[in-house]
Structure formats: C-alpha cells, structure tokens
Unconditional design. Sequence first.
Lengths: 351, 350, 263
Amino acid sequence: MRGLLLFLLLLAGNARAEGVLHIYNWNNYISEETVTRFEAQCACRVMQDYYSDNEEMLAKLAAGASGYDIIVPTGNAMESLIRQKALRPLDKSKLPNLRNINPAYLNTAFDPDNKYSVPYAYTITLIGYNVEKMRELGLPTDTWAVIFEPEYLKKVKGRITVLDSQRELMAAALKYLGYSANDTIEAHWKQARDLIIRAKPYWAAFNASSYIKELTIGDVWLVHGYSNDIFQANLDAQKAGRKFSIASSIPTQGAVLALDSMVLHKTGPRPDLAHRFINFMLDGKNSAELTNLIGSGNPNLDAMRYIKPEIAQNPAIFPDSQHQAKLEMLHDLDRNQRRILSRMWTEIKLR
Amino acid sequence: MSENHTRLTPTARLNRWLKNVACAAKARRQAAKKRSLHGVNEHSEPVANAGLASTAVFRLPVKWLVSGPPFIFLLLFFAAPGIIMVLASFRYPGEFGGLAPVIATDPNTLHGFTLETYRFFFSDLIYTEIFAKSFLVALATTLICLVMAYPLALLIARSPKKSRNLMVLLVILPFASNFLIRIYAWMILLGPQAVLSHLVNGLLGAFGMAPVHLLFSSFAVLVAMVYVHLPFMVLPLYTNLEKHDPALLDAARDLGANAWQRFWCVTFPLSLPGIFSGSTLVFIPVLGMFAIPDILGGTGDMLIGNLIKEQFLGTRDWPFGSTLSIMLTIAVLACVWLAARLGGRRKRHA
Amino acid sequence: MRRGDGHRGMGLWAVALAVYAFLYLPLLIVVIYSFNDSRLNAEWVGFTWHWYNVLLHDEDILAAAGNSLFIASVSSLTATLLGTMAGIAMHRYPLKALAFMVMTPVAMPEILLGVSLLLFFIQVLNLTLGMLSIILAHITFSIGFVAIVVRTSLAGLDESLFEAARDCGASPWETFRHITFPLILPSVIAGGLMAFTLSIDDFVITFFTAGVGVSTLPLRIYSMIKIAVTPEVNAVSTLLMLLTLALIVLVSRIAPNVLRWKT
C-alpha cells in the first residue's frame, strides 16, 4: 500500500520546484515552439495554467490562487490587480527589448509609464462570419446592426452566437447605440439591455469558446467573437477542407480592443526568470510567432517583418487608422456596478 | 445456547467456530495480562465496545473515541463552512472580490455587517423568478423521470428473481460514467449534423414548419437533466415495488378489478413512498445543477445554480452568492420537509 | 399464467427497452466517436486509433489523471476510516447531531457544499486552493456514503453472534476484532471503493475548491468540452468509463448487497 501511495505521489508530483516558471495565461495564447525555445535558453521549465475570461482569472486570484510569476491580463483586469497591489514593479533595466513596442500601446490609462506591465498582444471583439453565406443572404458585415436588428437577424435566425460575457456583449450593444463601451449610466445600460433582449430570440446561444467549432463546421454563420478565435476558425475550416471561408470585420460603430499585457504577480517565486521571459517575448521573432499561430494583434514593431503578409494585411487584425480610432479598451467596474450588471445579465438570460 | 444453535442453522457453524476463536482469544488475553500488557488492553478495550453492547463503565469514552473523529471533521468541514456562509451573506463584497473587512482600518470604506444583499434579492422580482424557473425545471425533470422509470421499475420488480439483479445493474452502469461525459453524449446526439436533428427537422419540414435547433436549447437541458437523474428514480421505485405482496393483486382480481383498476387502486397507492423518495433524489440535485445549462443551454437557460456560480467565479460578489445559496438551502429544506410529510401521511393511510 | 397479463407485459417490455436504449445509446455514441478520424467530430469520417495515441501523449491529461488518482486514494482511505467510525457510532448511539452532519452532505445539492467550502478555505483557513482543499472537500462528502453502507451492514448482523462470543468470555475488543470487523469488512471495502469512485467522478465540488494549478480529470474534461471538442474527449471518456465499470464490478463482487438500493 505504501508503495502504491508513493507511486501516486510521484505521479501527482507537480510541486513547485526550482527552475520552473509559472505562467497564468489565456487559452492557446503562446506557441508551443516559443515555449520550447525559451526552456532551452533558460534551462528551466515553463508551467502554464489557463483561463478563458478575465473575470474568471480575477475570481480565481481572489479565491487565493497564487504562485504565478507571470499573468497576462487585459487592461481593465490589470488595473484591478494594480490597485489591489497584487503586482510587482518591473525592472526595466532587464528588459532592453522594450524599445520594440509600438509607443501607441505604451503608457495606457491602466498603467501609466508601464510601471507594471509590458504589452503582449491584443485582440478585437468584432463580427465573424461565413463569407459565402453572408454574400448569399446579402447581409452587411460592417455594422453591429447585423447582430442586433431583427430585420437582418430574421435571415440568420438560429445561426448566430454572441459572447457569453456580460462586459463584451453590453459593450457591443452600447457601441451600436452610439455610447462609449465604458458608459456606466444606468439608463444607457437599460437601453442596451432592451436591445439585447429584443435580439435574443434570434440568437442560437451565448457562447464563450465553442463557437470556433460551430463556425468551422458550418452550423453557425455569424458570431460576435474575438478576432483570434475567428482567425482560428478559418484555419480549421481550410484544414478540414470545408467549401467556405470565415472572415472578420470591425463594425463602423467601433469595437472593444483588449490589450493583454505581461505582469509579474507578487506571489511569483522567480521574478528573475519572469524578466527573462518577458524580454524573450519582446523579441520580434518570438512575438511574431504568436501572431502567425493564432492571428492576434501585435504591438511589437520589430515583429512586423516576421509576420506572414496575409495576416499583416488583414484589416481586422491590424486595423487602419480610421478603425483604430474607434476602438476602445474596457475599464473595470466597481462592486455596485458589477452587482447591477449581474442583475441585468440575469434579466437578459431569463426574459 | 443450544436453542440458538438449532434455530439459526445457517449461522450455527460459524457460531461454533466463533465460540472457539473467542474462547481461545480469551485465554490469550488472560496470558497477556499476566505478562502485564494490560495497558494495551485497557486502551483497546473501549474501542471494542463500539461493536456491541458493553459494560456501562466504558460506555462514555468509547462513544467519544468512535464518534469523535468523524464528528470533529464534519464540524470543521461541513458545519463551520455553513455558518461562515451565513455570516458572509451579511457582509459587503470586497472592492476587488472576496469580502469587505468586518473591521476596517479606514472608516470610509465599507465594512461591518449589512442586510444589503437580502434587500437586493427582494428588490427585484427577477430573483424570485429564477427560483421559480429552477423549480419548474426540477419539477418537469422529476415528472418525466417518474413516467419513464415507473414501467421499468415495475417490470424489474415482476421479473424472475434471477434476472432482477442484472436488470438493476444495467440501470446503474451508465450512471457510473462521469456525468460530464453523459452531458457531452447529448452534445453529439443533438448536434445539427446528427441523425436526430435531421430526422426531427425532416418531419417538421414535411408539415411545413421551420427547422428547430435541438442543441443549445431548453429541450437539450431537460433531456440531459432527465438522462443524468433517471437512475435515482428507478432504484427507490424498484425497491418499493419489489416488496409488494402479489397476493393483494390476486385478491383484487378475484374481486373483479381489471388490470388498470388493479394498478390504480393497489400498486400505485402502495408505491407512493417509493415515488416520494425517488422524487426527492431527482428534484434536489436538479435544483442546484449548473453544468447542464452551462454546456447545453441556449440563450435563456439560466438556473439558480448558474447564478450562484457566476457570483463566485465571475462577478466576484461573494455576499450575494452566499445569500442565493442560503435561499437555495431553505428551498431544499422546505422540499425535504414537504416530501417527508406527504410520504409519512401516505404511509399511515396505507 | 395470469389472465390478461400478456398485453400489459408486452407494453411494459416495450417501454423498458426504450428506457434502456435511452440509457445506453448516448454512451455508445461517445465510444464510437472516439474512433472518428475527424478533428471536428461533427460527422463520421473513418476509423482511427489516433485519438488514443494523442491522449497518451497529452501531458495535461496525464497530470490530471495522476492528480485524480492521488486525490481519490487519499480521500477514500481517510473517508473510509472516518466513515466506518461514524457508521458504527450511528448504529450504537442515538447521536442526532452526528447523523445530521453525516447525512446532509449526501442529500444537499453539491453546489452548496462547494461554495461554502470555498468561502471557508479562503476566509477562515486562508488556505491556497489546491490539492489539500480538494482532498478535504472529497473526504467531507464521502464520509456519509461510507457511513451509510457500514451502518446498513451492522443493522443486518445477527445479534446472537455477539451473545455467543460474550457467553464464552470474549472481551469486547476481541469480539470486535474477531467477529464484528470481519463481518462488516466487505461493506467497509465496498464503502471505500464507493468513496474512491465518487472522488474520481466528482466535478461540482472540485470545481469550486480546486483553485488553479491543480486539475483533475473531470475538470479537464469540462474545459475540453467547453473549449475544443475533439475526439480526444471521447477517448478519455471511454477509458474513464472502463475504469468505473471495473470498480463497479469489483464492488459488486465484494459486497453484492451494496448495489441493491436501500431506501
């Protein structure tokens, strides 16, 4: 019996040993090769845990998750972490590659002077669609109206999914109504809620991640989703030999831009390795690998020359200045706003 | 003693064997005592009393030795968390999640205890509504389970003794696979590319109706709820039906009752305790379920379990999550009480 | 045999067969699709062992399986010990409070135990969620099941055995050691295996007490279902089904009575 237990202990032995870098990252947000290369360079191991939503990550941290050297939160979640004093300031002398970052993505309102964070990649929440189907049905793809207006929706009833995220869906509705994605005026929220409730009967589901597969198979033709997921869906569809392609576009009303940054968590045991990793990821080639793999936006200027031209020229991943100006980053809500939004969400789901 | 031996023939041999063992053991014990090992014996003796009636002297310490460890463990990891949850429901949420402090260093921040979450709960009908909806889903699941389980349980109970165990095992087996897998199975079965969808939509199309989506709908949620909980209904029903005396049915027939009357007037009333215990076993878990609406639900499928989960793992509003949990606990207790009352009264009548 | 029973018997059989089909068809589909040669797994493409191979090289899954086994071993051993004690105590003494605390976690919706333990671990113990919190949670819900099995078996014992033992002068400890314990041993083992199965299988309570970093097999399956559904999920499901099947057979061999539902 003791032998068995010992064996099991060994099996389960993922104790936090030396020479291990712990990263808490988004799902599918780093290339396998990049990790292997870093491991070889630093003679250490990279252990990753994943989340699929900022709220989930914050909730898990609030519930005591610890021991992470690096986390890759989106701006508003990062702001919350900074205000909680949960992060360790960066030592910029160890990050010479920081100069590669496009200044447009530095010094954001979330972290003035980048005391704590280094931009990693960005995604845009936009409209993804089955190109052939949209053309066939004659639907526009450059406006949120196609997600919210019954006159369009009736043509794609049951073939459309929206994100299962309170903030993202509200932001899209607010944008369509002409408000800021960060508007917190309750009357405006109510308007957005009513807009969502009116459109809801036409939607197939609230979906956080499996819409990639639905798009690929061809069950769903239109989604409110993340740019990199839609990129992934198109890759998968081509690989599976489907006879259609999937594209994405930024609505003219504007959209949400999520800039994900690498930060050091206070509980991380290896800030030295963490700095090396950040500097490594700031290298143009390594950074480009991520974009080439998952189609994420890249704030790294040096990376541009390594990025595949079809991605670099995709306006939904690297938008022109006109669309760029319409993109907004979400800010964190306070506890009362969170509670009210949660109630509205319950209403949306129930009505 | 000898009377015992003759009366209990199946155990007689074992009995005699035990007698020998016990007597031999006694001899060993005496010897051991002589070798002044009674410290050990005195220590172990109280434990033994657990197994059988014993001398009053050792009764108290034994009781504590045996019941103490599980009692303390459950006090710590079941009762205490419950109390903490009640307390948490009277506090403010922390700015970044968790709970606001009870005693604040900065008097301007929210702290201490409050009825806020309860006020919030009752400020809007939406929360009552979501409870009502969860109850409806649980009720529907229970009824469908009952309708499906009753014939099966009846058939098993009336099958030859030999095949009964196998038939029961066949009900339990799928229930042993992980429930996520069972939910996932329906994801495949109800998918738009699956045979079932083509069949249903072909049929609807023939009648000129618009095609429907089976996956991501309330229908999918209900099917999976029934699927996951069906064995909970079959088993208690079967145990009840198995005990029925066939002579009652014969008597009813002799009095001229037809098959339907025999069922309604004899079998059904007698099986009510089984129905109640099965219903409780289905109803209560369904009330708290969040995974099924999460995976298979459409745009409107949010149940109380999902709301509680969201408060803890999404909105970071622990006090409100605790309040919802307490409301759910009260609802569950009310159901158990009701079932016990109904079941109890029926028993007395029957 | 009985007049007029033929029709009704046929009807019953038809319904019963339909219910059995309802119970088994979905699982059959899961197993069949684990051999599907298509990443999307939407329609049948062709036969392959590929996904089992993928599974055997998936470090995350293997680590999760290791965690599950470890957690189940430790929690079921502890729960068997505590549960047996609780079962004996409940059989011998009228301990209302103990009986309440043993039975309630069994009957309550799991989510309630999950969130209350989450609160307790963070707020009171200030414990980082992980292996330890999962094990403690699993012991909590397993004790009840073991206790019920043990108590049921004690209630079925023949008191005359103990009288016989006492009559010939066996001490209470000897009686327990040589009579009670061997007689309830099958139930204790069955209860332990039950606790093991419950622990391997648990999703809801683990979901709330796991934190991040430590994953179990059901948690992995959940995120696979939610994020990327490939036939690998089917493969892992199939293997897990085989394991639980083996455990069930084992339980039914050791203690046939445990599987006969007692209400």
